[in-house]
Design a protein around this ligand. Structure first.
Ligand code: GDP
Length: 446
């Protein structure tokens, strides 16, 4: 799921981060593209409109546009709104009720309802150590009850014995009674589906609901049906009142719009994703993770949050300018060391950047671990301004003086000078790669 949407959005947002300064019209243009991408991914029009309005309202403020990393700030705003749209808090099946807790499964025929019922039963049994009973209330499809019985055998979950000729309402009552008498923690009711929503189905579901008094009523919807899935969810919620949604076939190449609109349209959380036909192909739905997957931005969001709090904008811009010209002296290095210390060390910063693993290893080789940042800073401040601008003048006598002044050894001074040379080389090559440089320091890049 989400692949093509993710490609589109990361393309649009990447363009934003590559430009240094942003104007209102840059953001406006990007938002028009985001809007188009979301609509093509099948997200409901109202939801898209609301989303774009919110992002724009936050992104066009002067604070964002004037910041050192406007593109990344916009990404963060898009990300936050995406998470909100998906249901920020995240939620899973709620079993906090007096057992047996009844869970009623509803949805159209073919949505994956029976499979999902068995997957949930198996997960509650294996992972949560619950005693679970399943019952099929589908008396329409001739083989439905038998199908669930077989699934129960395969997953080692108990099923309610089949009694021919009973109505769904009678089966519901029998299931709840059996669960109570048998000391079950959970009873899962797999109701009948239909090809379309019809009045008879709704009436039957309401009656079953009133008998079983489910603590959770989960709608199973096929994400491949896109916009239709959203309409189905809305209809079921209005008539029966659902407590959550399970989106199946999230492993397929659905455009993802259903997942994105579900929450906003129904106000009910997506609780689980079905991601295949196997028993364990069931995942919790984490809005934040899904959003970052859609944006394809690694942990840039976390990085921006941290950096925004700590980096001194003016200084960072100055360094970025010099780096672009291939200049990186010891004063710059001292400044970098100080800023790095504030955001959790070089390894902390690089660990959050997508694709920075290689440089991170080089820095580890250069012995730049966070513990010695402070000492290195002391060495640099013991130098004269001339030495800092031009480390080549550092001879043995000067090095002894600096070591004494900073409470270190000549050896340490040598190491620092060597490291500076390596960093300067790295900065130079980064300076040639403008896209990478802007990601790192967010300086103006045109
Ligand atoms: P029901 O009519 O709603 O009860 O649908 P079933 O549970 O019988 O499922 C119909 C088909 O969809 C079966 O072949 C399932 O294996 C398949 N299916 C269910 N959930 C998923 C899923 O998350 N991913 C994939 N790829 N197939 C699924």
């Amino acid at each position: 799921m989400f692949q093509s949407l993710s490609d589109r959005l990361s393309g649009i947002l990447d363009k934003l981060t590559r430009r240094g300064a942003l104007t209102e019209s840059d953001v406006g243009e990007a938002m028009r593209e985001v809007r188009r991408a979301l609509l093509e991914a099948d997200v409901a029009l109202d939801v898209v409109r609301d989303f774009i309005d919110k992002v724009k309202a936050k992104a066009i403020g002067q604070e964002v546009l004037r910041s050192i990393t406007p593109g990344q700030m916009v990404i963060k705003i898009v990300n936050d709104e995406l998470v909100a749209m998906l249901g920020s808090e995240g939620s899973t099946i709620d079993l906090h009720a007096t057992p047996p807790v009844a869970i009623m499964m509803v949805g159209l025929q073919g949505s994956g309802k029976t499979t999902t019922t068995a997957k949930i039963a198996k997960r509650l049994t294996d992972r949560d150590k619950k005693k679970v009973l399943m019952a099929s209330l589908d008396v329409r499809r001739p083989a439905a009850q038998e199908q669930l019985r077989v699934l129960g055998e395969q997953t080692s979950v108990d099923t309610l014995p089949i009694v021919a000729g009973q109505t769904p309402q009678q089966i519901a009552k029998r299931a709840v009674d059996a669960a109570r008498l048998g000391g079950y923690d959970v009873v899962l009711l797999d109701t009948a589906g239909r090809i379309h929503i019809d009045e008879e189905l709704m009436r039957e579901s309401v009656e079953v609901r009133d008998i079983a008094r489910p603590h959770e009523t989960l709608l199973v919807a096929d994400s491949l049906t896109g916009q239709d899935a959203v309409n189905v969810a809305k209809a079921f919620d209005e008539r029966i009142g659902i407590t959550g949604i399970v989106l199946t076939r999230a492993d397929g190449d659905a455009r993802g719009g259903a997942a994105l609109s579900m929450r906003a349209v129904t106000g009910k959380p997506i609780k689980l994703l079905g991601v295949g036909e196997k028993w364990d192909a069931l995942e919790d739905f984490h809005p934040a993770r899904v959003a970052s997957r859609i944006l394809g931005m690694g942990d840039v969001v976390t990085l921006v949050e941290k950096a925004a709090q700590t980096i001194d904008a003016e200084k960072a811009t100055k360094i970025a300018e010099k780096m672009k010209k291939g200049i990186f002296d010891l004063d710059d290095m001292a400044e970098q060391l100080k800023q790095m210390q504030r955001i959790g060390g070089m390894s902390g910063v690089l660990g959050m950047m997508p694709g920075m693993g290689k440089i991170k290893a080089q820095i580890a080789d250069a012995n730049l671990d966070d513990g010695i940042l402070k000492r290195q800073h002391a060495i640099i401040t013991s130098m004269t301004p001339q030495e800092r601008r031009n480390p080549k003048v550092l001879d043995a006598r000067r090095k002894r003086r600096i070591a004494a002044g900073s409470g270190t050894k000549v050896e340490d001074v040598n190491k620092l000078v060597k490291m500076h040379r390596q960093m300067a080389d790295m900065m130079k090559s980064l300076g040639r790669n403008k896209g990478m440089l802007n990601r790192l320091v967010g300086g103006p890049g045109r």
